[in-house]
Design a protein around this ligand. Structure first.
Ligand SMILES: Nc1ncnc2c1ncn2[C@@H]1O[C@H](COP(=O)(O)OP(=O)(O)O)[C@@H](O)[C@H]1O
Ligand SMILES: [Mg+2]
Length: 229
């Protein structure tokens, strides 16, 4: 679904992501685990085209997207849920969702989104800024889904969110994957969420993957020790 080869990304003179290689299978949920400052956001921003890559290739299916602008990548089928959610506080919930759309949105698409996140239907006329953190996270996911992506990319979706809502988000991601047959990449530091949601985990350290494991046979303690300083 997504094949990344030899990807190098940085800011000015400094390199943050070093010649990275990985691939994402069809309908796979891949977790990228790593502590603060290890390069998770930098990697995801380069996938989505917010940051240019220095070198390397990003194939979406068999299409090379590494030279495309961010909006062209969205059109090709990759959507992003940024760290911190980046909701428009003065727009209503439904207006926020529409900012992610690539064209007119059919009623069936609204129905699907609101079935997935009933709270967003309840609050559809409220301003985004009045939602709780967990509700804003669901809104950010809805905004990404409305573009009908083949690959959904989420940057630390559980950050600052209470445990009960974290469970809801895990459930929603698995439901989205099954219903839409899409692939998902999610960066995380919360081990329990990652254990709930992913099929495979990669551990990133200083811009390199240092460990890869399938979810099966992986224990939470193992992941915690891999993340430990
Ligand atoms: N805009 C920026 N300019 C320069 N360096 C940055 C910038 N954003 C992040 N970095 C550096 O890149 C490294 C990785 O950061 P980041 O990708 O945000 O990590 P993570 O998301 O894993 O916390 C850090 O050393 C950070 O200081
Ligand atoms: Mg980050």
């Amino acid at each position: 679904m997504l094949t990344v080869s030899n990807l190098t990304v940085g800011y000015g003179q400094s390199r943050v992501i070093h010649e990275m290689n990985f691939s994402l299978r069809a309908e796979e949920i891949l977790a990228i685990m790593g502590r603060n400052g290890m390069g998770k956001t930098t990697l995801l921003k380069s996938l989505i085209g917010i940051l240019p890559s220095r070198q390397g290739s990003i194939l979406l299916g068999d299409k090379e997207i590494s030279g495309l602008a961010s909006h062209e990548r969205v059109r090709s089928g990759i959507a992003f849920v940024p760290q911190g959610r980046m909701i428009f506080p003065a727009l209503t919930v439904s207006e926020n969702i529409l900012t992610g759309a690539r064209g007119p949105v059919e009623k069936s698409a609204w129905d699907e989104i609101y079935a997935l996140f009933p709270i967003l239907h309840e609050m559809r006329k409220r301003k985004g800024g009045n939602l709780s953190g967990g509700q804003q996270q669901q809104l950010a996911i809805a905004r990404a889904l409305i573009s009908n992506p083949k690959v959904l990319v989420l940057d630390e979706p559980t950050e600052g969110i209470q445990p009960s809502i974290i469970k809801d988000i895990a459930r929603a991601l698995r439901q989205i994957r099954s219903a839409r047959k899409i692939a998902i990449i999610v960066t995380e530091q919360v081990v329990s969420f990652m254990m709930d949601v992913c099929d495979r985990a990669l551990v990133i350290e200083r811009g390199r993957f240092v460990h890869e494991a399938p979810r099966e046979g992986l224990s939470a303690d193992q992941v915690r020790s891999l993340l430990a300083v």
